[in-house]
Every structure is written in C-alpha cells, then in structure tokens.
Ligand binder design. Structure first.
Ligand SMILES: Cc1cc2nc3c(=O)[nH]c(=O)nc-3n(C[C@H](O)[C@H](O)[C@H](O)COP(=O)(O)OP(=O)(O)OC[C@H]3O[C@@H](n4cnc5c(N)ncnc54)[C@H](O)[C@@H]3O)c2cc1C
Length: 520
C-alpha cells in the first residue's frame, strides 16, 4: 500500500519551471534516478507523460485499466513480417505498475558477455551485487509466493521435475500477494511493490516532485555540448492541453527503450540513435487440462523453467483471465473462442520467453515513433524449438490440448501433431508479442555505443540516460532488476562526479547552487 505521499507539482498556471535535475519518465529507471538524486540533496522534478493513478483506482476491469495504464491503449506494433505486438506502460510508476513484479538479477553469462564483447568494466556480478541487494531489500523481493491457487505453475514444476529440467521459484517484489491475477493491469491489493510505493515515494520524501500528464516533446541545446531546457505538453482535464518549458542543469532520460531514443532523435541530439533496438519474444500457449486448473485463482506465476537458459529460452505460466484467453485466440473463429471461454476453468496460459536475435529500427519522423523490425531467420528456428519444448512440458504436465502461437492453427493433442503444425507454419504466421524492449542506446566504450559507461550521452555534459535503453544487449531474463541495478551504478558515478564539481566550486569561492524549485 502507498506508504509515502507523492508530491505533485501544479503547473496549470505557469508557463515555465526551473529545477536542478529533471528526470524524464517515472518508471523503473527514472524512479531510481529521482530517489538517488533527491537523497543527494538535489532539487529534483520528475515529469511523466502518463497519469498518476494509485491502488484504490485499480480494478478488475481489464479493458479500462489497460487503456489507463498502457501506451497506445495496450499494444503498439513493431512493423514487419511477422508483426510483433509490443506493450509498455504509460503511467506514473511506468512498467512497475503493470508488470509481474519479477525481480531477477542479470544472468552471470550475460554480464560476462558484456565484459568480453563490449569491454564493460565495473558491471560484473561482484560490482553489481550491492545494488541488487539494495533493490531487493527496498522492493521486499521474496520467493515465498503461496503455491495455493497456482496450480498452473505447480503442474509445470511437476513436469519439469519429471524431465529433470531446471525449475526455480521466482523472486518477486510482493508483500502479501492475494492471488488476484491482475498483475498486468495494476495490482488492486497493493501487494506489488511498484515505484509509486518505493523509489518514487522515497524521492518525494526527500523533496522531489512529480508532474504527471506531461510529455517532453523536445530537448533544446544550449551551446554545443549541453541541453538547456525541455519543451513539454501538459494534458489538462477535459482534453485541454498547454505548453510548459522546463529549464534544468542536468537531464536524466528515462522514457524507456523506445521513447528515449525517439526523444533524442526528434531533438536532433543523437541522429543515429535507436538503430538497434533489441527485445524478447513472448510465445503464448493455451493449454487445456482434463481437470479444472482454475488458473485465474493464482498469481501471474510462481515457477520458471530455466533448463534452456543458455539458449535464451525461459518457460512459465502467465496471467490468466477470460480477456487474455480470448486474446490468445484472436485469429480463430468466434465459435472456438466461445467454446474456450465456456471451458475456461480447464484452460491455462503459458509463455515461452525468447532472447531474440532480431533488431528493430526506430523511425522518428513523426510525433510518435514507428518501430520497424527485421525478423532474424534464427528467431523462426528458435520459435519452432520453443514450441516443441513447451508442448513437451505441457503434455508432461497433463495437458490434453494446446493452442500453439500460430495464427489460426487448430489445437494439437500430441507431440506428433506439434511437429506437423510446425512443418507447414510460415514466419508470417507466428503470433508474437514483446513486453521487454532494451539496448536501443547501448552504453560502452565501443564505436556504436550511444552512452558512456556512466550513462552520459556521448558528446554532451549534462544528459544522462537511465532506463532499459542503455543495456548493451538484450538479456533473456526479465529486465527490471538489471535496469535498477545499472541505474544505481550510474547514479553513484554521476552523483560522486557532481559532488566533486560542487567541492571544487566551493573551494574556489564560487557559491555552490542551492536546491531550488522556482516557478517563474
Ligand atoms: C505486461 C508487462 C509485464 C512485465 N513484467 C515484467 C516483470 O515481471 N519483470 C521484469 O523485470 N520486467 C517486466 N516487464 C518489463 C519492465 O516493466 C520494463 O522493462 C521496465 O519497466 C522498463 O523500465 P524503463 O525505466 O526503461 O521504462 P518504463 O518503466 O516503461 O518507464 C518509462 C516511463 O517514461 C514515460 N515517458 C516516456 N516518454 C516520455 C516523455 N517524452 N515525457 C515524459 N514521460 C515519458 C512513460 O510514460 C513511462 O511511464 C514487463 C512489461 C510489461 C509491459
């Protein structure tokens, strides 16, 4: 539940605002930035394009909640063949409000890859351990989810054990989860430890303010290597809009892996940004069991099969509500959807999560970005492998029918039918979604890196990127933990840099800037 209030800035009657540090985006990366800066005594304003809505407003009206909390009302496509439905948050608290609260540490082999391939120093397991511990403590991460009601996960675990496949209880940022199965549309019980309950609240406790409904549409430079102000549009009640300029000494961009590079490109600050967006692919399977599973009575999932981690494949259950069951069969005949919904207590949803090899390009010619995806041929091969492995697991778990993520395909009842269905499938028929985008502004010392290893945008002194965009590559596993640990590391590096600058200014007899929030 909300422990600390969020301080709001009322900008309805002002045209310009000044602050020391402007954080753009109040999601996972932005909230860490806001909290760390405010704790260091800086005068912080966090602007957020989406609305601020908190626990009492979250309900089981999935359609309404999706429209309220997601960008574009739910899904924005990555264009290409196959089309990929991408979902991300647009609300105060960002992805933490609509995600599953899974909080994984970065898989060690990924950190090793970053070190070997990108020469990334100071981001190894040992260096990041303290940050993960801090994040896990603050978000109350635990693996103690009750198994009661989570029969879908239990069936998966049992089958994995039969095959001797690695399966683990998942670490989640939860306190007293009541299994409402509504994680993806705002947890109405307040069990999920979102940024609103934790880092953003901590930032506000130290004086930071939040300005919701405020989209930064342009950053204007001041000289050749600094940004001077952010130009913003503020959404007012009753559909009205007004413009506000925000001046700041330092800018922290945390709009997420699509919006951060889009803003940089639109502002002409990094013309070649966003050329190599990476992501994970989610393949959804609907499985019918001989006896009721009541998957809607559990939480998102409690177990994850990690046997094929090195191949970039994870398998787990998924949130199961009638809306999601129906959406899984959206390319099927209405009668099939109705039948599935009538039998819904026997059905459960599962996800195979793939570390995609494809890269996408962000086109920033218009107000909203367009994402063009180039589907890598190996992703189709991995798609087929994932279908085979997930079906094996689900049949092992007792499934009697499975809908594969292939548009319009009949349900399969045996591994032989899976092979047949995959033989005739084309890449354009793959039904794919993604909820994890990253690495569009990778950090590092290499020539294609967009940011330095302290998150600073190359060529600029006062812009820091602090979100999923700076990951050097995709990581296979859910990224919130990694984003937060990297954000901590970056803020440590930046804050100590700034403290040094303050000290020098003071010893030379120049007054260090005082925290301020002037509304001019
Ligand atoms: C359904 C779903 C389930 C997920 N489950 C998990 C999970 O269980 N575990 C996990 O690790 N990850 C999960 N993720 C992914 C995770 O939530 C994201 O990777 C993470 O939130 C990204 O953090 P971020 O800071 O980059 O951006 P976000 O958290 O998305 O925050 C960006 C914020 O910036 C705002 N913004 C963007 N542009 C502007 C602008 N120009 N001006 C002002 N504001 C702007 C946005 O509105 C948004 O609120 C899930 C994602 C989804 C969609």
């Amino acid at each position: 539940m909300q422990t600390n209030p969020i301080n709001l800035l009322d900008a309805v009657n002002v045209d310009s605002v000044r602050c020391e540090c402007l954080v753009i985006g109040s999601g996972v990366g932005g909230s860490v930035a806001g909290a760390r800066l405010a704790e260091a005594g800086r005068d912080v304003l966090v602007v957020e394009e989406g609305e601020l809505s908190t626990v009492p407003r979250y309900s089981n009206k999935i359609g309404q909640m999706t429209a309220l909390l997601y960008r574009g009302g739910g899904i924005t496509p990555f264009l290409g063949r196959p089309m990929i439905g991408f979902a991300e948050a647009c609300c105060a608290g960002g992805g933490s409000v609509i995600n599953g609260g899974l909080l994984w540490r970065t898989p060690p082999h990924i950190l090793q890859e970053w070190k070997e391939e990108f020469g990334l120093a100071g981001f190894d397991e040992v260096a990041l351990r303290a940050h993960f511990e801090t994040v896990e403590r603050r978000l109350c991460v635990n693996r103690h989810c009750t198994e009661e009601g989570n029969r879908d996960s239990q069936l998966l675990k049992k089958a994995a054990n039969q095959f001797n496949w690695k399966v683990v209880a998942v670490p989640r940022a939860l306190v007293n989860c009541t299994n409402l199965n509504l994680c993806a549309t705002g947890c109405p019980s307040g069990a999920k430890q979102t940024m609103l309950e934790t880092y953003l609240a901590d930032a506000c406790k130290k004086g930071a303010r939040l300005l919701p409904n405020c989209r930064v549409y342009k950053l204007e430079s001041k000289g050749s290597s600094r940004v001077g102000r952010a130009r913003c549009s503020l959404q007012l009640p009753h559909g009205q809009k007004k413009y506000v300029d925000i001046e700041a000494d330092e800018f922290f961009l945390s709009g997420g892996a699509v919006q951060t590079p889009h803003l940089l490109a639109k502002s002409g600050l990094a013309p070649h940004v966003g050329q190599r967006l990476q992501y994970h692919l989610n393949l959804k399977f609907a499985a019918k069991f001989a006896t009721p599973v009541h998957a809607e009575q559990g939480t998102m999932f409690t177990q994850q099969v990690q046997e094929f981690e090195r191949e970039g494949l994870y398998m787990m259950a998924s949130n199961c509500q009638p809306n999601y069951l129906a959406a899984t069969l959206v390319t099927h005949h209405r009668k099939e959807i109705e039948k599935l919904l009538n039998e819904r207590f026997y059905w459960a949803l599962y996800v195979a999560q793939l570390r995609s090899k494809s890269v996408a390009k962000i086109i920033s010619a218009w107000n909203e970005p367009i994402v063009l995806n180039h589907f890598h041929s190996s992703d189709f091969e991995n798609f087929k492998k994932a279908c085979i492995r997930m079906s094996q697991l689900l049949f092992g778990a007792g499934a009697i029918q499975i809908y594969l993520p292939i548009a319009g395909a009949h349900p399969v009842s045996s591994e032989k039918e899976v092979t047949q269905a995959l033989q005739s499938a084309q890449p354009s028929q793959c039904r794919l979604i993604s909820v994890h985008a990253m690495a569009s502004c990778p950090m590092g010392n290499h020539s294609t890196a967009i940011t330095n290893t302290d998150g600073g945008l190359k060529g600029f002194d006062n812009i820091v990127l602090c979100d999923a965009s700076i990951l050097p590559t995709n990581i296979g596993e859910s990224p919130q933990g990694t984003i937060m640990a990297l954000a901590h590391e970056i803020l440590d590096r930046r804050v100590s840099l700034n403290f040094r600058a303050h000290k020098v200014a003071v010893t030379r007899g120049v007054a260090a800037p005082k925290p301020r929030m002037n509304m001019e």
